[in-house]
Design a binder for this molecule. Structure first.
Ligand code: PLP
Length: 234
């Protein structure tokens, strides 16, 4: 993808986001655009940075660390880890990321908290919810959510910011909105239960359905393909 194509796709996604916020009568800055850059080279992230993009989402640890090194001169990048996280890989995530969206086990949360360096602010985290109840998909069920949240709010190295979900794909906006409405309701319930936590984040919406997510209150949309083009298999 050329630099001008990248610029076009960023402008197009920014316009979609602005229009979705406008239609939902929400403020123009009410949802953050997270650029999901997995499998894309550091040079492309650098071009996106030149277009004003600061928040990047990565799924694969080693690939992300390599890009962070290559882009170390850009000191206001914000790195979000959004992929499945195994317990033997928590330390570099705790040391090198600002956010983790994919917390689904207390053990992982505890390790991230213990391993978060003292010189950094708490790691900002979202709990991943299996919102469409798909067997063998990542995330906790809605039934398990409160107990995981109760553990995570106690961890000093973490700040519990909200919920993340990847719903089962569906075709039309009305159907796409249903799981996002459930996630929004789950966040509201947690806010009532844990008023001390900074629960302000709904990480939901991707290239195909960001409008539906924004209509249901997404505060952060995670967009890859629509910004960077199609991915080859990793
Ligand atoms: C890859 C990925 C995305 C981006 O998906 P696109 O359809 O390419 O926009 C968003 N969230 C997560 C968790 C991902 O793994």
């Amino acid at each position: 993808m050329s630099q001008s194509e990248l610029c076009q796709s960023f402008l197009a996604v920014q316009a979609r986001l602005r229009q979705a916020l406008d239609e939902a009568r929400r403020a123009p800055d009410a949802a953050l655009l997270l650029a999901v850059s997995k499998t894309k080279p550091a040079s492309m992230l650098r071009e996106a940075y030149a277009l004003g993009q600061h928040h990047f989402g990565e799924n694969y640890l080693q690939e992300a660390l390599d890009k962070q090194s290559a882009l170390a001169d850009l000191d206001d990048l914000v790195w979000h880890f959004i992929g499945p996280l195994q317990s033997n890989k928590t330390r570099p995530v705790a040391e090198h990321f600002h956010w983790v969206h994919s917390i689904e086990r207390e053990k992982i949360a505890r390790r991230l908290s213990d391993q978060r360096p003292d010189y950094l602010p708490p790691l900002q985290v979202c709990l991943q919810v299996n919102i469409s109840n798909e067997p063998s998909k990542s995330g906790v069920t809605l039934d398990e959510l409160e107990s995981l949240a109760a553990s995570v709010v106690e961890l000093p190295g973490l700040a519990l910011r909200g919920l993340m979900a990847i719903p089962a794909p569906s075709e039309n906006t009305l159907e796409q909105r249903k799981p996002y409405a459930r996630l929004r309701a789950a966040l509201e319930a947690l806010r009532g239960r844990f008023p001390q936590a900074p629960l302000d984040t709904l990480s939901m919406g991707m290239s195909a359905d960001l409008e539906a997510a924004v209509a249901e209150g997404a505060t952060l949309v995670r967009v890859g393909t629509a910004l960077f083009g199609r991915r080859d298999a990793p």
